[in-house]
Design a protein around this ligand. Structure first.
Ligand code: NOJ
Length: 562
């Protein structure tokens, strides 16, 4: 990497720097599991506001807030009843304004989650569609089709939803509606001008309230091209996803984002967006274009093993893609959809030839969760040690880092939630096959004791295990060896050392060691192996585990000033 992109290096929520996002450390808050201010067992916006000092001490640049809109929680809030309001259980619009003000006063930007592919089945539009006849304008906002067979009793097509089970649901009059995800998440028809106009309204609504950016859910799914004759699932599967697939990653989805860009750019600084688009890597740059959303998630490290070769390949490839799009890349190890990385890295190796690229490492995590109890295979300490090393490497990379609440406490997945408390539709729609995503959504522990470890005054809806006590903020605060201390130090140093968006590999002479330098003499070295190795010359600034006799032990990262 030789190209140097000059940016205002240190993001600052009070500044008008249009590039604040390029190398930001963004902390994802899953609002119902963060902090409960009113003792109803559900996290809320005032709870987050009360923890802004914590976020400030952590040293993040921005918060990404997962959906906080009114919702029946059929999919953790990604089933939105009203895009321009707050779930009353989480607070009010005034509470939202107070949160924005508190974050901005602390120099922290706010990115909100936008869910444009589908509404909830309780959204006013969908209720109107159900109450309206076939062929009505109300039904045209969604994807309705006549069923096949006598009185339309068979689905219009045999499609499978992303969450498992059928993707078409009957409404009782011979028509069916399409849903990529849960039954309660009907897909919108983005060919409908009213749908397009309404989302522009929503973007302005939150931008006017001071939101700095948007995380765009299922960004590759909005545009669809469905004629009168629907293809079969086998035909869909056989169609390449290279721009003209009927359902996914269509080229014309970018017409939508070009319109959004006009809204983003009408603000100062321009509002930002990051696409959640699970598309082939070579198609990611389109979403990250400055004429579209501006940035796209790269989940490649999340899918990889703890392996030097895989990491190097992924980093090089994604920095190249970032150059191609003119954007900066995004690094992610954990979020609300995947098994926490401390847990993934504590599972046995998948054997030679296993690589990233197909949710592989992540899928393996889920399989282990399914077999919970049968196979006590998780090496908890090793997993966390590797996770700390991986995060320290991540935070030294050019681009933005997206961190998920609780990873700064070294939390593992909660594998053994009783089935009766589980909430995730992927668990219910895939009995015995997918354990779902609840294990990474258990509310955070703030104190060592208390009915919900300081999350609130009531038990959490997803029960916290006893071992959460050792990971509570209270337990880790001030402990020099804790993961919280490591994150705080790393984020503070990152601000100090942050520099132009380029990286130079330093050849270590070993296959299991990755070393790179950033302009200004910031060097990061990670030992993916087991034997201690020598460090290059320089002042050691931070390590993810103690050095051994001045050498870098296995599963450890060190930052140095050359
Ligand atoms: C991606 C979100 O991250 C996930 O949690 C959600 O279930 C699906 N999109 C559907 O909205």
């Amino acid at each position: 990497m030789t190209e140097v992109i000059e940016t205002d290096l240190i993001p600052d929520a009070t500044s008008r720097d249009a590039n604040w996002w390029r190398q930001a450390a963004v902390y994802q808050i899953y609002p119902r599991a963060f902090a409960d201010s009113n003792g109803d067992g559900m996290g809320d916006l005032p709870g987050i506001t009360s923890r802004v000092p914590y976020l400030s001490d952590l040293g993040i640049d921005a918060v990404w807030l997962s959906p906080f809109y009114p919702s029946a929680l059929a999919d953790g809030g990604y089933d939105v009843d009203d895009y321009r309001d707050v779930d009353p259980r989480l607070g009010t619009l005034e509470d939202f304004d107070a949160l924005v003000a508190a974050l901005h006063a602390a120099g922290i930007k706010l990115i909100v989650d936008l869910v444009p592919n589908h509404t909830s089945d309780r959204h006013a539009w969908f209720r109107e569609a159900l109450a309206s006849p076939k062929g009505s304008p109300a039904r045209d906002r969604y994807i309705f089709r006549d069923g096949k067979g006598p009185r339309g009793s068979e689905p219009p097509a045999d499609w499978t939803s992303v969450f498992g089970g059928p993707a078409w649901e009957p409404v009782g009059d011979g028509q069916w509606y399409m849903h990529h995800f849960a039954v309660q998440q009907p897909d919108l028809n983005w060919n409908n001008p009213e749908v397009r106009a309404d989302f522009l309204h929503t973007l302005r609504f939150w931008s006017d309230r001071g939101v700095d950016g948007f995380r765009v859910d299922v960004a590759h799914g909005l545009a669809k091209n469905l004629g009168a004759e629907l293809p079969s699932q086998a035909e869909l599967d056989a169609t390449p996803k290279d721009g003209d697939h009927p359902l996914w990653d269509r080229d014309d989805v970018h017409d939508i984002y070009a319109d959004w860009r006009k809204v983003f750019d009408s603000y100062d600084p321009p509002r930002t967006a990051v696409a959640e688009a699970w598309v082939a890597a070579h198609r990611r740059a389109r979403y990250a274009s400055a004429h579209g959303l501006g940035q796209a998630f790269n989940f490649d490290l999340l899918e990889a093993d703890f392996d030097a070769e895989q990491f190097r390949e992924i980093i090089t490839f994604n920095l190249g893609l970032a150059e191609e799009s003119g954007s900066s890349t995004t690094w992610v190890f954990s979020n609300h959809d995947v098994v926490r990385h401390a847990t993934r890295y504590g599972l046995p190796p998948r054997g030679p030839g296993a690589g990233g690229g197909d949710h592989t490492a992540e899928k393996q995590g889920r399989q282990w969760l399914l077999a919970r109890g049968a196979e006590p295979v998780l090496e908890r300490e090793l997993g966390l040690r590797r996770a700390r090393a991986a995060t320290l490497l991540e935070l030294a990379l050019p681009g933005s880092s997206y961190l998920y609440q609780g990873e700064e406490l070294g939390l593992h997945e909660v594998p053994d939630l009783p089935d009766e408390v589980r909430q995730d539709p992927t668990f219910f729609r895939n009995p015995g096959v997918d354990v779902g995503r609840d294990g990474c959504r258990v509310p955070l522990p703030w104190t060592r004791e208390g009915v919900s470890f300081g999350f609130g005054d009531a038990p959490a809806d997803l029960p916290q295990p006893a071992w959460f006590a050792d990971h509570a903020v209270e337990a880790e605060d001030g402990d020099p060896a804790s993961t919280l201390t490591l994150y705080r130090r790393a984020l503070a140093l990152r601000h100090e050392l942050q520099t132009a968006e380029s990286l130079t590999w330093i050849e270590s002479g070993r296959d299991d060691v990755l070393a790179f330098g950033r302009p200004g003499g910031w060097v990061s070295v990670t030992n993916f192996g087991t034997d201690p190795v020598d460090l290059p010359d320089g002042e050691v600034l931070l390590t993810s585990a103690p050095l051994e006799g001045g050498r870098l032990p296995g599963a450890t990262t060190a930052w140095l000033r050359a």
